[in-house]
Design a protein around this ligand. Structure first.
Ligand code: CP
Length: 341
């Protein structure tokens, strides 16, 4: 049984098929590919885009989505093997995943890190436990990666550049300031998908402490080798932006300070100048015509200026819209729905 937990577990041709089908679904949204099917959407964290696009996408394909928020209307859940459940959770994932599998054809899960111990969070225990116990496919709606965002991002770039071939595009994944330490999921995802599609990817961040986990650095390096692109790290803003065709912005907490965030705060505060602004975008390709994107939500004038967010070169709304189309293609693929040639 195939799950969608990371794109690394899917072949390039499978990802290409999803993107092609998403394009078709974008043209003709109402297709009965989930008729009689039910999808459980399990949210341990808030969402605007993910929840609405999965719910509406399921409806557009004739299926039914049930939203569950463990701890807020659904039972709080435990995950430990052999755990003595004498705390708050009333339910163990072992039962929850098997019961939902009897009702539903797919289970999608959003579970952010706990932000206390990266050696624990990097195991992605919540979604991996669902995948272990479920008897239906499990979809990642953002844990320590965000694979649905990856597909939406790539589709937005393919549309903007007018080609499915993104090889050789100069791509900058830039850290930005944010008042709170955020998840590395989207940064991990951007690094692995941009390299998977053969782009020349620079990870721009304040210093070595903002490197991503070596699992994702390693995958990005391997992907670049296999796809004929490149992957490097830079701390030089001007060099990284110069000639960039794509600027993708995200903030994340520095992993060496995981669970010790007060110690990271002065470093974070000293790097507010990483904001994506008009002066930096002016350095990009073709006289400042590089495209900008962000997964959203994004704090305006903290991560990127109004002018960058609202520029004709900004893909933020296109990328968010594409969440709907790529997820519909994914849902259809995972239930084995016949796709028109
Ligand atoms: N990009 C994204 O996943 O948005 P939400 O957190 O609103 O779902």
């Amino acid at each position: 049984m195939k799950h969608f937990i990371t794109t690394q577990e899917w072949s390039r041709s499978e990802l290409d098929d999803l993107l092609a089908h998403a394009t078709e679904l974008k043209r003709e949204p109402m297709q009965p590919l989930l008729e009689g099917k039910a999808v459980a959407l399990v949210f341990f964290n808030p969402s605007l885009r993910t929840r609405s696009s999965f719910e509406i996408g399921t409806w557009q394909m004739g299926g039914h989505a049930v939203v569950l928020e463990p701890g807020q209307g659904a039972w709080a859940m435990a995950f430990g093997e052999g755990e003595v459940m004498d705390g708050v959770p009333e339910e163990h994932v072992s039962e929850a995943a098997r019961v939902l599998s009897r009702y539903c054809d797919l289970i999608a899960v959003r579970a952010f890190p706990k932000f206390q111990d990266w050696s624990v969070d990097r195991q992605d225990l919540v979604i991996r436990s669902f995948a272990k116990h479920a008897t239906v496919p499990v979809i990642n709606m953002e844990t320590i990666t965000h694979p649905c965002q990856e597909l939406a991002h790539i589709l937005a770039l393919q549309e903007r550049f007018g080609t499915s071939d993104l090889r050789g595009k100069k791509y900058v994944l830039t850290w930005t300031y944010h008042p709170k330490p955020l998840n590395t999921a989207v940064a991990n995802s951007a690094a692995i998908i941009a390299t998977r599609f053969g782009m020349d990817v620079t990870l721009l961040c304040p210093d070595e402490r903002y490197r991503l986990d070596e699992r994702y650095m390693g995958w990005a390096t391997q992907n670049a080798e296999e796809a004929g692109g490149s992957f490097s790290v830079s701390h030089n803003i001007e060099e990284a932006y110069t000639g960039a065709e794509v600027v993708y912005a995200k903030s994340w907490g520095a992993l060496p300070f995981f669970g010790n965030w007060d110690a990271e705060k002065p470093i974070r505060d000293a790097n507010k100048h990483f904001i994506v602004d008009e002066a930096k975008m002016a350095l990009t390709a073709n006289g400042g015509q590089g495209v900008f994107s962000h997964c959203l939500p994004a704090r305006r004038n903290i991560k990127a200026t109004d002018a960058v967010m609202d520029s004709p070169n900004s893909l933020i709304i296109e990328e968010a819209e594409n969440r709907l189309h790529v997820q519909k293609a994914l849902l259809a693929a995972l239930v084995g729905a016949p796709v028109r040639a």
